[in-house]
Design a protein around this ligand. Structure first.
Ligand code: SAM
Length: 439
């Protein structure tokens, strides 16, 4: 750090003693009463909070109305947004996506116009990624569980690939002091060579003219500048400079072949973070042939389509059925791409799951309660008090006066999930794996 920061090293050490700031990013598609806080320059939907509330006891957090995210990490989508401005119907890969901070943000900025492929190779971490994206409620996402090496078989497919690489985590030492014990020079070297392998693996799937966004939450140059220099030496690409404002205090450095942006705790209200963008040089290439002979998704019958049509707020997105009877809401412009991805990769979740058809029964599924396209007026609903909301989220016994049948449970207007009132009890359909474990 001394060689990196020179005279500023002492200031950095002082910054390391400051408390870690708390920042959250709101879901612009879910309306709730927002907390008061100080704004973050690089994202209109994000705030610094003066204190750290108990998020796990806030029904708004469980309902996907906001995400607790580090301020530096929120900067990624600010950069990607600038890249997307020039691309029609972009397809973005978030390669190392769990737990989903950047993916929920990327899905938001892509919205109706683009598709996000959100990938996590570690199975245990994939589940939390899936939960967070479902709760966020946008249908423009395909969730995959693949090793980076699997992506080259897609051909030049993505307009933007975000590699938020697994790293030695030096930038988190202030927030997570125990992580210092995992640090060693050997580990830094191991991370740097793993990052090179990841970058080499995914380079072919960036289309010419497309972008690589590379970030880490570590300071050392081996995992940062030296890896970028390695890419520049081995692949045809150009540096990309993006707009940032001086008063954000993000440190940008212009190297001959790339530009870097660094967050330091003595400069910005954030943990340590590093990011850079490269553009793959244009060359002639063949677009992948997306046509598949036997599609996985099936058309809905006219009757089924008619029965669920009023369940949705107006959108261009459309529904198709899986062979197991589950109906998915899929993003409108990307059906061929979704079929193509399902052929080539381990796709574990697509769009938003809406309902399951079993004989004559059509049962709404948990993710639909979180969907931003849910038409609440189409269902019986019950307004939970704060205590009832927590009991519901913890899957404890509920005693509610309401009609028999299926209900949408809401808290302050925000849907949390489904339950069914029977004559003698209430069946709580909140997914057990999302259950709030402490009350
Ligand atoms: N982008 C995430 C977010 O904003 O919430 C954080 C990602 S974290 C820095 C890096 C991720 O890379 C972890 O989820 C980790 O499981 C995953 N990972 C670990 N080994 C990997 C590998 N060999 N290839 C790709 N990803 C890997």
């Amino acid at each position: 750090m001394q060689s990196l920061l020179g005279k500023e090293y002492d200031l950095f050490l002082q910054g390391m003693k400051l408390p870690s700031p708390t920042s959250i990013r709101y879901n612009p598609f879910k309306e709730i009463d927002r907390l008061k806080g100080t704004s973050l320059g690089w994202c209109n939907e994000a705030l610094y909070l003066a204190n750290r509330p108990n998020f796990s006891h806030d029904p708004f957090w469980h309902g996907g109305a906001y995400y607790v995210q580090e301020a530096g990490s929120i900067f990624v989508a600010h950069l990607v947004e600038q890249l997307l401005a020039k691309i029609d119907k972009p397809i973005v890969l978030d390669l190392c996506a769990a737990p989903g901070g950047k993916s929920t943000h990327l899905a938001t900025i892509l919205n109706d116009n683009g598709l996000l492929v959100s990938n996590e190779v570690v199975r245990a971490r994939f589940n939390i990624l899936k939960e967070n994206l479902i709760k966020w409620g946008l249908p423009n996402v395909v969730l995959t569980h693949n090793d980076p090496s699997h992506f080259s078989q897609l051909g030049s497919f993505f307009d933007v690939v975000v590699v938020d690489a697994p790293c030695s985590g030096e930038g988190l030492f202030r927030k997570l002091p125990d992580s210092v014990n995992e640090w060693s020079e050997k580990h830094v070297e191991f991370c740097a060579s793993r990052q090179k392998r990841i970058l080499e693996d995914i380079w072919p799937c960036i289309r010419p003219g497309g972008y690589l966004v590379y970030s880490t939450c570590t300071y050392n140059t081996l995992e940062n500048e030296e890896n970028l220099q390695w890419i520049v030496n081995n692949f045809e690409c150009d540096s990309v400079r993006l707009e940032i404002e001086n008063d954000w205090n993000i440190v940008s450095e212009f190297h001959p072949h790339f530009t870097t942006y660094r967050f330091y705790p003595h400069k910005t209200l954030s943990e340590g973070f590093f990011i850079s963008v490269l553009q793959k040089r244009e060359e002639s290439y063949q677009e992948p042939r997306l046509h598949v002979k036997h599609p996985y998704f099936l058309k809905l019958s006219k009757e089924l389509g008619g029965e669920i049509a009023h369940w949705f707020l107006e959108s261009e997105h459309f529904c198709l059925k899986q062979p197991n009877g589950i109906v998915n809401l899929l993003p409108v412009h990307f059906y061929p791409e979704i079929e193509y991805l399902s052929r080539k990769l381990t796709v574990l979740y697509t769009g938003s799951e809406i309902c399951q058809v079993k004989g004559k029964d059509i049962n709404p599924l948990p993710p639909f309660a979180n969907s931003i396209y849910l038409n609440q007026a189409a269902f019986q609903s019950a307004k939970f008090s704060f205590e009832e909301a927590l009991l519901y989220l913890a899957k404890k016994d509920l005693h509610l006066e309401c009609n028999l049948g299926t209900h949408l449970g809401t808290y302050e207007g925000l849907p949390l999930g489904w339950f069914k009132k029977l004559p003698s009890r209430i069946n709580n359909y909140y997914p057990p794996e999302w259950r709030l474990r402490t009350l």
